[in-house]
Design a protein around this ligand. Structure first.
Ligand SMILES: CC(C)(COP(=O)(O)OP(=O)(O)OC[C@H]1O[C@@H](n2cnc3c(N)ncnc32)[C@H](O)[C@@H]1OP(=O)(O)O)[C@@H](O)C(=O)NCCC(=O)NCCS
Length: 171
């Protein structure tokens, strides 16, 4: 359990699956996570087994409101590379009423500190679409800086779009 001012990061549980699947099937959230197909319950269950429980190169947390203990989203380290001591960070706040509350940026900050202090990583980084100013702002508030603008990196809605790579270093 990692406790911040607004949120707590905790282990994901099987009982989170239903709400979690609802969120990633929300078209606006799916678009920001670069997902194109809706996820069915069996697919989601399989993903949980393989990519959450059975993946030693990832660390997943559920995000809870620190006060109400309500489950509001996820934040996770993906493709943890122990040789280069870096990992990608991904997140979403599924509970739309929590957008703009500081939950997203605090989750991004807490997981960076966890990566540096508990896993000994040196760098965490995230990809955020140029058309996602809220995501970019949340990353900046959490201490991530622009490393590169990847021009024409993503094909979305019939157009090639730019993606920012943002990173935070351990020191
Ligand atoms: C991105 C996301 C995680 C941010 O969570 P959040 O709880 O809203 O984040 P925060 O409240 O900590 O910060 C959001 C900031 O963006 C700002 N913001 C919101 N809309 C904005 C816009 N259109 N342009 C610029 N800034 C914007 C907010 O005002 C806030 O900044 P402030 O505190 O300085 O006012 C959440 O909105 C989300 O899950 N979105 C869908 C999935 C997604 O985009 N994932 C991230 C991929 S990197």
């Amino acid at each position: 359990m990692i406790t911040g001012r607004r949120v707590r990061l905790r282990a994901l549980e099987r009982s989170d699956l239903e709400l979690w699947r609802e969120w990633i099937n929300d078209p606006e959230i799916a678009a920001m996570l670069d997902r194109v197909l809706p996820v069915s319950p069996p697919e989601h269950e399989r993903f949980f087994e393989r990519c959450v429980i059975g993946n030693e190169h990832a660390v997943w947390f559920g995000i809870e409101d620190a006060e109400t203990r309500r489950y509001i989203g996820n934040v996770w380290l993906w493709n943890i590379d122990n040789r280069h001591r870096r990992a990608e960070v991904r997140t979403f706040i599924g509970e739309r009423s929590a957008w703009g509350s500081g939950a997203g940026s605090e989750g991004l900050s807490l997981i960076a500190v966890y990566a540096f202090q508990q896993l000994g990583l040196h760098k965490v980084f995230a990809y955020v679409m140029a058309r996602n100013p809220r995501g970019r702002r949340a990353l900046m508030k959490a201490g991530y800086h622009e490393e590169a603008r990847l021009v024409g990196e993503a094909f979305w809605d019939g157009q090639f779009q730019d993606v920012w790579r943002m990173a935070r270093l351990s020191c």
